[in-house]
Design a protein around this ligand. Sequence first.
Ligand code: SF4
Length: 105
Amino acid sequence: MFPVPTAPDRRPSVSLPCRTEPDDLWFSDNPAELEQAKVLCAACPIRRSCLTGALERREFAGVWGGEILDRGAVIARKRPRGRPSKAALARDAEIAAARAAAGVA
Ligand code: SF4
């Protein structure tokens, strides 16, 4: 009888805070929880590469590499729910124009 091949183990060999803590923190609407995620990221061994990858992918939201990303850019802090800032509205308009120019719906 031949051995049955198994799927490679894709779990990271190091402990990543976003894998051991509730992942809701990293994508919370609550600014205080996002700050908590940033603190947890500070101890992560792959923090720099995590942030670099998130910026390259222009992640839409969440905490990546210890920073809060909003529409692909690092922001200092998340504003509580409410009226969007003028900067956010301008970024949205810029993204919509770029998508329209590229023919992306
Ligand atoms: S730096 Fe990236 S991989 Fe590390 S805990 Fe934060 S989000 Fe997770």
